[in-house]
Design a binder for this molecule. Structure first.
Ligand code: V47
Ligand code: SF4
Length: 363
C-alpha cells in the first residue's frame, strides 16, 4: 500500500489529476465511496491550488427574495407558500427599493435575486424589478433568476427563450445564479419536484442563456433521495455542457436541510459527505474554475475546512438568507466582510474580495 493513501483506489485518481486526465464515472463513484477523506482532500487540494494557489474568494453581496409564493411546491422546499397562506409575501417595487436603501452605504457589488413562481406577477414586474435594482444600485452586478424562472418568464411573456433572455438582459440582468437543477435525473425529478422543469428543459435553457452571453452558476442539491451514481451523472452532465459553452462560472454543492419540508424525517447531511461533495465537484468538474463552499448550508466552520478540500470561494456576506434558514439552517443570516476575511485567514488562505466575475475589488 502506498503510504500517501489509505484507500489505494485513490492512487489512480491522484495520478490522473496530476496528469490532467479527465476522471471517469467510476472515479466519481469512488470519490463518494472512499473513507479516506484525508487522501481525497489532498488530491482535491492539489487541483484547487493548481488553479488558485492560496487565494480564497468572497463577494460583498445582498440576497433579495422577491416572493415566496410558488406554484411548484417542491417536496424539499420549506420556503414556498401558497397565495393567502400565513407568511406568504410578494414585494412591491417600493419594498425592493427600501431593502436596497437599507444597505446603500455598504459596498455591495452583487445582488442575488430569486423567488418563487408566483402566478400573480406579470412579465412587467420582472422588468421593473431589474430596472429598479439597476437604478438604485447602478454599479452592482445583478445576478438573478434560475433556469426555472427563465422558463416561467418565457411562458408568461409569450416570448421565445432567446427573446426573453434578451429583454431581461436589456433591463439589467448581468448573470444568473445556479439553482433549480437540483439533481439532473428523471427519477429524482418525478419523486421530489414533479411540477418543476425536468433536466432536459433545464439543459436547453442553460445552453440558450450561455449562448446569449450570460454566465450562470450551477448547483446540486444533495443529501435527500439521490444515489451516488445520480450525483456523479449530474456532475458529468454539467461538465459536458461546460465543454460546449464555457458559460458556467462556479459550481455550488447545496446540502439539503429538511426541517419544515415534506422530507423532514431525513437526517442532516454529515461533515464527511459535505466535504466529499466539495472534493467531487473540484475533481469531476475539471473545466469549472470555481467551486463554492456555501457557508450558509454547511456552516461557517466546515466552510473553512472545505477550502482545503477543493473549494476556492466562500460565496459572500449575503445579508438575510431566507431559503435555507426556513429549512432549519443554524448558520448566521449574513456575515461582515471582516468575518469573511477572518474565516479565510484562519483557514490558512489569502482572502480576495471579488466582483461577480471574479475580478478583485477594493472594498
Ligand atoms: O434552487 C431549496 C435549494 C437553491 C432547500 O449561484 C434547498 O451563487 C437546501 O441556488 N435545503 C437556491 N437547499 C440557492 C442557490 C444558490 C445559493 C447560493 C449561491 C448560489 C449562486 C446559488 O436552494 C434552490 C434549491 O436547490 N434549496 N430548498 C433546502 N431545504
Ligand atoms: Fe418553488 Fe423553488 Fe421552492 Fe421549488 S424550490 S417550491 S420552485 S421556490
Amino acid at each position: 500500500m502506498n503510504s500517501q493513501f489509505m484507500d489505494e483506489r485513490l492512487l489512480q485518481i491522484d495520478a490522473k489529476v496530476r496528469q490532467g486526465s479527465r476522471l471517469s464515472k467510476e472515479d466519481g463513484i469512488c470519490i463518494y465511496d472512499t473513507q479516506d477523506l484525508i487522501g481525497l482532500g489532498r488530491i482535491a487540494d492539489f487541483a484547487r491550488q493548481a488553479r488558485h494557489g492560496k487565494k480564497a474568494y468572497y463577494v460583498y453581496n445582498q440576497h433579495l427574495n422577491y416572493t415566496n409564493i410558488c406554484k411548484n411546491r417542491c417536496k424539499f422546499c420549506a420556503y414556498a407558500k401558497d397565495d393567502g397562506e400565513t407568511g406568504a409575501y410578494v414585494w412591491s417595487m417600493e419594498e425592493i427599493e427600501k431593502r436596497l436603501m437599507e444597505r446603500i452605504d455598504e459596498p455591495v457589488s452583487e445582488l442575488h435575486i430569486v423567488g418563487g413562481l408566483n402566478e400573480d406577477l406579470s412579465f412587467g414586474y420582472f422588468i421593473d424589478l431589474l430596472k429598479t435594482v439597476r437604478r438604485v444600485r447602478p454599479n452592482a452586478a445583478i445576478k438573478a433568476f434560475t433556469c426555472v424562472e427563465i422558463d416561467y418568464l418565457s411562458n408568461l411573456s409569450g416570448l421565445s427563450l432567446e427573446e426573453t433572455v434578451a429583454e431581461l438582459k436589456a433591463a439589467g440582468l448581468d448573470m444568473m445564479p445556479g439553482g433549480g437543477a437540483e439533481v439532473l435525473n428523471s427519477r429524482v425529478h418525478d419523486e421530489l419536484f414533479p411540477k418543476k422543469i425536468g433536466h432536459e428543459r433545464w439543459l436547453e435553457i442553460v445552453r440558450a442563456v450561455h449562448k446569449a452571453g450570460i454566465k450562470t452558476n450551477a448547483t446540486m442539491l444533495y443529501g435527500h433521495i439521490e444515489t451516488m451514481e445520480e450525483r456523479v451523472e449530474h456532475l458529468m452532465s454539467l461538465r459536458g455542457i461546460q465543454d460546449e459553452t464555457s458559460g458556467f462560472s462556479a459550481f455550488i454543492p447545496l446540502a439539503f436541510h429538511s426541517r419544515n419540508t415534506e422530507l423532514s424525517d431525513l437526517p442532516a447531511t454529515t461533515a464527511m459527505d459535505d466535504l466529499k461533495n466539495v472534493a467531487a465537484a473540484r475533481l469531476m468538474l475539471d473545466n469549472f474554475d470555481h467551486i463554492k463552499a456555501y457557508w450558509v448550508m454547511i456552516g461557517e466552520s466546515l466552510a473553512q475546512v472545505a477550502l482545503n478540500f477543493g473549494a476556492d470561494d466562500l460565496d459572500g456576506t449575503i445579508i438575510e438568507e431566507r431559503i435555507t434558514h426556513t429549512a432549519g439552517a443554524k448558520s448566521a443570516k449574513g456575515l461582515t466582510k471582516e468575518e469573511m476575511e477572518t474565516m479565510i485567514h484562519a483557514a490558512g488562505f489569502e482572502p480576495v474580495q471579488r466582483d461577480s466575475f471574479y475580478n478583485p475589488v477594493q472594498g
